[in-house]
Design a protein. Structure first.
Length: 281
C-alpha cells in the first residue's frame, strides 16, 4: 500500500471510527448502525454474484429485505428478552429468506440469475446479517463496554497484523488467495491485540464500565480474534477471487468496500459472543 492510499485509509478511519464507537453506546443507535452496514455489505455481495444482471430493482429489493430482517431481529431480541415474543427471534431471518425467494421467482426468469440471487440472499442473511447481529446479543447481555471491546479488538488486530506484516512479513499465509498476509503478521497482530485488550480493560475498570478479566482471558480472546479475523478475510478473498473483483466496492476511501472492512468482524463477532458465554465474564 502506497503512502497516498495509507493516508486515505487513516483519514477515513479517524472520521468514521468515533461515529461507529459512539453508536455502540445505546441499543437503538446500534440497531441503526448494524442495519446500515448490513444493507451496504449485502448489496456489495449481491452485486458480486450478479454483476452482469441488468435488473437493479431486484437487487435493491433483496437488500431492503435483508436490512429489514436485521432491524426486526434486533427488536425481536428485545421483545424475547422481555418474554413477549411468541416465537424465536431468529425466525425473522427465515421469513426474510422466504420473502427474498418469492421476490426473485417473480422478478427473474433466467435460471442462472435465480440461482445466484438465492445464493447471495442466503449468504447476506446468514453470513452478513445474522453473524454481525451478534453485536446486539453482546450489548444486551454484557454491556456497551464489552461490545466496543469486541469491535475494536478486530481493528487492533488488523492494525497490528498490517504493520508487523508489512515490516517483517516473509512467510506467506495464503499465497494464492491473500498474498499480502504473512505468518509474521498473524502472530504480530495477536500480540498487539493482547496488549490492546489489557489496556482497554484496565481503562474500563477505572471508569467502572468493564468487568475484571484475567490475563488468560486476554490471551484467549486475542488468539480467537487473530484466527477468526483471518478466516473471515480469507473467505471474502475466495469469493472475490472467484468473481474476479479486487474490492467489493469503492465506498470507503483507502479501504475498498464495506464488506472488505467487516470481513473479519463477520466471523469474529459470533465467536466473541460464544466465548463470553462460555467463560462467563
Amino acid at each position: 500500500m502506497n503512502k497516498k492510499e495509507l493516508a486515505k485509509r487513516t483519514i477515513s478511519g479517524v472520521i468514521l471510527g468515533p461515529i461507529v464507537v459512539f453508536s455502540f453506546l445505546t441499543y437503538p443507535t446500534l440497531l441503526g448502525l448494524v442495519t446500515a452496514i448490513v444493507m451496504i455489505s449485502s448489496f456489495e455481495l449481491i452485486e458480486m454474484f450478479t454483476s452482469d444482471l441488468k435488473n437493479p430493482l431486484i437487487k435493491f429489493l433483496i437488500t431492503f429485505i435483508v436490512g429489514a430482517s436485521t432491524l426486526v431481529y434486533g427488536f425481536a431480541l428485545e421483545a424475547e428478552s422481555r418474554g413477549i415474543l411468541p416465537f424465536e427471534a431468529e425466525g425473522t431471518f427465515f421469513l426474510g429468506f422466504v420473502i427474498c425467494i418469492i421476490l426473485i421467482l417473480i422478478n427473474v426468469k433466467e435460471i442462472k440469475y435465480t440461482k445466484r440471487l438465492i445464493e447471495s440472499s442466503a449468504l447476506s442473511l446468514l453470513y452478513v446479517s445474522f453473524f454481525l447481529s451478534h453485536f446486539y446479543l453482546i450489548q444486551m447481555n454484557y454491556g456497551s463496554g464489552l461490545a466496543i471491546m469486541a469491535l475494536t479488538s478486530v481493528w487492533a488486530y488488523d492494525a497490528g497484523a498490517f504493520f508487523i506484516g508489512s515490516k517483517f512479513g516473509k512467510h506467506k499465509l495464503s499465497p494464492h488467495f491473500s498474498p499480502k498476509k504473512s505468518w509474521e503478521g498473524l502472530i504480530g497482530g495477536i500480540a498487539f491485540t493482547f496488549v490492546y485488550l489489557f489496556i482497554f480493560d484496565f481503562i474500563g475498570l477505572l471508569f467502572s464500565v468493564m468487568p475484571k478479566m484475567d490475563i488468560l482471558h486476554f490471551f484467549i480472546f486475542a488468539l480467537m480474534v487473530g484466527i477468526f479475523d483471518t478466516i473471515g478475510d480469507l473467505m471474502e478473498s475466495v469469493i472475490k477471487r472467484y468473481y474476479n473483483v479486487k474490492d467489493s466496492s469503492k465506498i470507503l476511501p483507502g479501504h475498498g468496500g464495506m464488506l472488505d472492512r467487516i470481513d473479519g468482524l463477520l466471523i469474529a463477532t459470533p465467536m466473541w459472543y460464544l466465548l463470553l458465554a462460555i467463560i462467563g465474564v
